[in-house]
Design a protein around this ligand. Sequence first.
Ligand SMILES: C[S@@+](CC[C@H](N)C(=O)[O-])C[C@H]1O[C@@H](n2cnc3c(N)ncnc32)[C@H](O)[C@@H]1O
Length: 369
Amino acid sequence: MKGTINIKPLVHAFYIALAVFMVFLPVVVADNHEESDTETESSEAESDQEVVELEGLVIVGTRAKPRSVLESTVPIDVVLSDDFVKGEKIYMSNQSRDAEYTMGRSESETDRLIKQSQLYEDVTRRFFLRSGIAKGMKVLDVGSGAGDVALTLAEFVGAEGTVIGVDVNADILETAKARADAAGWTNIEFIAGDTRTLELPNDFDAVVGRLVLMYMADPADALKHLATHLHPGGIVAFQEVDFSPYAVAVHPDTPLINDLIKWGRTVFERSGAHVEMGMELYKAFVDAGLPEPALHFEAPMGGPEDWPGFAYLENSFRSILPLIEAYEIATTDEVDIDTLASRIQAEVAASKRPIMLPPHVTAHASLPT
Ligand SMILES: C[S@@+](CC[C@H](N)C(=O)[O-])C[C@H]1O[C@@H](n2cnc3c(N)ncnc32)[C@H](O)[C@@H]1O
């Protein structure tokens, strides 16, 4: 109405300022006490937490151990920790940075990646067929790891095609190169670096990746950039894990498998990975300005005593065990890593509840011609 002053923006600004003040006050006050009071720090930490709602986001300012944040019954969007104030580390559940590489970088992890690839190989092959990866194509493999996706791609594109595999981890690419040489492929090249910043050609027929967007802070932004390496009509094809189906796939309830699901998901969440990247692929494609993707969902399940998934699960937990301990999710005794495969198998046999490996969602789309 004419002559009326609209105070809504002022009230809004006041609440924002108040909320920011409330978030930082306990952190700063606690920080000032730190040097004189380090011994009592851990016992006080649990209560040293402030929760506010700001612009629809639930924000927690805390000096408490992240575990208490994890156990919060309130859905949290942002966690500002003491470390954040010191500028050393930030843990944000809404992903403003790349994930710490959850699985670690050991030799046994490289071996685990190869075994993982064998379990999901047919999922990936069917995916490439649906996506239209064909003879003679030039394909970029994002996050090559030990080279399994690149090796499969080399078969699809044949000797007349080319595969360029990129990984931030230069060491693991040595394994990938050795495997490509041993298989006799001369059309695969591996380059060390971050695919989002490396100078790469812009004439690819396809950009492909498996289990890699989940580690990137902004998958949509990454996809948008990666698509610039394609010529018109080029294919974007990504295969990612999704832990959310475990919320319903618990029939019948069995203790060890329930623990594994909880421990595994929590480690990935805490490391900053996108644990529902599979289901988020559609959004990532659309937000990147790509056409809506065609989607599929698959999960290997076990199974019989000789199913390789039991050993694979034990090895996967061996890789994440250091983080399980560091995040205080479970103790080494509770995990009892050396007997894990046989205990899972025994539980499956006794309960007749099959175990589902983490499901993968595949998404592919072609750019307009
Ligand atoms: C879980 S492994 C998957 C490897 C392979 N794609 C497969 O499915 O067997 C993820 C790989 O992505 C790599 N990676 C993560 N972020 C990356 C980035 N921004 N650019 C290149 N590689 C990246 C990691 O170093 C790791 O080797």
